[in-house]
Design a protein around this ligand. Sequence first.
Ligand code: 13P
Length: 249
Amino acid sequence: MRHLLAANWKMHLYPGQARDLLYKLVKHWETYQWDTHQTIIFPPYIYLREAVELVRNSPLSIGAQNGYPGEFGAFTGEISMAQIAACGVRWVLVGHSERRQYFGEVSALLQEKLLDAQRRNLSVVYCIGETLPQRQRGETFAILRQQLVEVLSSGVDWTNLAIAYEPVWAIGTGVNATPAQAQEAHSFIRSVVAELGAPADSIPILYGGSLKPENAREIFQQPDVDGGLVGGASLDAASFIAIASALWG
Ligand code: 13P
């Protein structure tokens, strides 16, 4: 099933707020089916274990926003993919533009993270997207191709991978990609992963960047948009539920 919805809470919410929000989502997701309404919540690390408990027996699953390749080691402040997996977490984000931009994460590290995550039985949402100057210079496709090829060129388990197209200029800005811009990028991404040997028709390609209840339906109607990775609007139960309804009706 290609449709997938995800909530990236980033560095937001106090513990009580996180718990309240997740309770509300669990309650609503009781009305959804396991196989057709797959939804991932990416809370801050310190809420992961409680979140895993709260979503037990729900079509929601829990993901980590980041992870370090390997099992154990002297890497103060890091949390390994193996530790994340051992806590019952099912997914991890790799390549989010905020990690690339503010934490200097480059393709070689992202590839290591992605392959190690999959080795530990974590599924990966690999995020890519161009900046505004790159789009203005007409480099969007070249950048997307580079971000795909440099990280997905070998050893990838395509059955445990989703891709998120998140144009950097649309993240947290209130300016979303138009449905046509999203479709154009998504169909290009699908063609590149096909070249890389993926069963491209079964890879979920999610759109992220200022998704809101007001714009979600039109974006989700595009044939190559298989769901969304929602930031700001996922911090409010009603708006995330409205986005879910836009995806699933
Ligand atoms: P916003 O929905 O807040 O623009 O964030 C998108 C995003 O970065 C999700 O990973």
